[in-house]
Design a protein around this ligand. Sequence first.
Ligand SMILES: Cc1cc2nc3c(=O)[nH]c(=O)nc-3n(C[C@H](O)[C@H](O)[C@H](O)COP(=O)(O)OP(=O)(O)OC[C@H]3O[C@@H](n4cnc5c(N)ncnc54)[C@H](O)[C@@H]3O)c2cc1C
Length: 476
Amino acid sequence: MPSFQLVVIGAGPGGYAAAFYAADLGMSVALIDSEQNPGGVCLYRGCIPSKALLHVAKLVGEARHAESWGVKFGDPSIDLDRLRGFKDQVVQKMTGGLSQVAKLRKITYYQGNASFVDAKSLRVDLTAGGAETVAFEHAIIATGSRPSTVPGLSIDSPRVMDSTGALDLPDTPGSLLVVGGGYIGLELGSVYAALGTKVTVVEMTSGLLPGADRDLVAILHRRLEKNLHKILLNARVVEMKEVKNRIKVRVEGAELAEEDREQTFDRVLVSVGRKPNSAIPGLDKTRVKVGERGFIVVDEAMRTAEPNILAIGDVVGEPMLAHKASHEARVAVETAAGHKVAFEPQAIPAVVFTDPEVAWCGLTETDAQKQGRKVEVAKFPWAALGRAVAIDRPDGLTKLVIDPETERVLGVGIVGSGAGELIAEGVLAVEMGALATDLKLTIHPHPTLSETLMESAEVFFGHSTHVYRPKRAAKS
Ligand SMILES: Cc1cc2nc3c(=O)[nH]c(=O)nc-3n(C[C@H](O)[C@H](O)[C@H](O)COP(=O)(O)OP(=O)(O)OC[C@H]3O[C@@H](n4cnc5c(N)ncnc54)[C@H](O)[C@@H]3O)c2cc1C
C-alpha cells in the first residue's frame, strides 16, 4: 500500500496550497480530488471563472458609458460561445499550471473520491476505474463547500440554476431572478445584466450584502439600481414552478408592490449561501467531529479531534473565502510538521467584485456597535479625489475604523472602482497594528485611488487636503 507523510483530500485553494507547502518542507505528499487537475471550486466554478466574466462585464459597461466621454463604440454585441471559451480557457490555463507545479514538486495526484478506512488510511475510488488504498501519517481534510438550496424551492428544471450553472452561461435570458443578495448573486447577476438580461434580485433581509458595512453598501446599491431591473428587499421567494418554459415565482414581503408578488422569469439563479462538504464517507471511523452547522470542528492549530487529522478551508467555517483557506493550509502543514503555530489573523479581507467593488477588513463599524466598542470613524468620499473624477468614478468611499484612545486602525472599508486591490494596504495596516498617523504620513503616489487611504487618515485628524472636517479634540 502506498504510504505518505501527508495526504490532502480536496485540491481547492486550501488543499493544493497545503500539498505544495508540505512538499516544499520535504514531506512525501498525496493530493486527492475528483477533478482532473488541482483547483477546486475556486478555479473550476468560483473565484476565477466569475472574475473572467466580470472583467468582460466591466468592459461592456465602460463601452456603453464611453459615449459620454466622446467615444462611440456602438452597442456591444456579445458572442456567447467566444465569451464562454475565454472563461474556459482561463480555467484550463490555471488548473493545468497547478498540475505542472504539483508534478515538479513530486506530489502524487489521485483523481477520484476519497473515503476514510480508519484514522491512518484512505481509500480512493479512482475516476479512471479501480481503487487504491493509501496510508498516511497526517491527513488534511480540505473538501470545501457546495451551494445551499432553499427548502421547498428545489424544482427540477434546467431554468433554475445554482452558481455553477450560471457560470456555464447557457444563454442570455431575457429575464433572470437572482434569489439572494449576497456576493455571489450580485456578482453573477451583474454579469448577466451587462450581457443584456433584465435582472431582478430578491433579498430576504433589509439590505444587500448582509454583514457588510452599510455606508459601503449604500453606494453599491445606488449603482446597481441603475444597472439591474429591480432590487426587492425584505422579500422572500416562497414558491417556484415551471410554466411553459418559464419559471413562475411567488414572492412575499410586506413592502412589495402587487406586480412584484407574482412574476415570471426566463431563468432563476438561487444563490443563498454555501454548505460545507463534511459528509465524507468513513469519517465516522475516525474521531473527527462535525459541529452543528456541518462544519468540521478544529482548534487554532487546525487539528480535529483526531490528533493526526487536520482540516482547513470552507469545510471548517466562515468566512468561506479562498485566501482564508490557503492561509489555514500553511498553519495545518506546520502543525503536521510539529511546529507550534496558530491561525490568528487580525484581518481577513472580503471583496465583492461588483461594479463598484466593495472590500473590507478588520473591525466594521456595525460590529463595533454590536460589541459596544467605542470607535471613531473617518470617511473620505472619492468625489473629492482627482483620480476618481478623472476616471469618471467618483462613486466611492474609503472608511477607517479607528480606536480613539490608541489611534490604531482597527478596520478599513472601501467601495469604489478597484477597491479589491486597494484593500490590501488596509489589511497590512490592520495586521501590523498601524496607527492612523502611519497611513497619514506615508507618501502615496498621485494621482491614484490609493490616496484615499492617506486622505481618510487625514480626515481623522481633521486636516485632509481635499475634505474639510473640523479638527478632532486632542487626545487627553
Ligand atoms: C461563484 C463563486 C465565486 C467565488 N468567488 C470568490 C472570490 O472572489 N474570492 C474568494 O476568496 N472566494 C470566492 N469564492 C469562494 C471560494 O471558491 C471558496 O472559499 C474556496 O474555493 C474554498 O476552498 P477550499 O480549499 O476550502 O475548497 P474547494 O475550493 O471547495 O475545493 C474542495 C475540493 O474538494 C473536492 N472534494 C470534496 N470531497 C471530496 C472527496 N471525498 N474526495 C475527493 N475530493 C473531494 C471537491 O471536488 C473540490 O474540488 C467563490 C465561490 C463561488 C461559488
